[in-house]
Ligand binder design. Sequence first.
Ligand SMILES: [Zn+2]
Ligand SMILES: [Zn+2]
Length: 121
Amino acid sequence: MFFIGIFGIQDKDKYIGNCSNIECPSCGRLSMYEIHKVYRYFHIFFIPLFRWNVRYFVKTPCCGRLYELDPFVGREFEKNPGTEINRENLRQVNLPFRYCVNCKTEVPAEFSYCPYCGGKL
Ligand SMILES: [Zn+2]
Ligand SMILES: [Zn+2]
């Protein structure tokens, strides 16, 4: 069997841009949205053949929250990076972990301090 690496299924997380000067829906600070597109694809010889399960996510770097973005708005944003993203288009994802603002490491949600850099979460 020599199929390993020739074809397979992979997940892709693609950063597609950001939207600055927004008020963070979680902590209220002046911040920005980082928009990511996440999809799963099937490839043969590293050539993606088709993709499915396309979803858009928004991260707020100020407090490390993650939101699922309305796919319609996500597609619009991809075509036109000036597209406005409203709070109503976002649905907060409750993660079992959070991102440390200082070192960007995933930390379990119940932690108050980052075990990697000691920063307050
Ligand atoms: Zn925030
Ligand atoms: Zn940290």
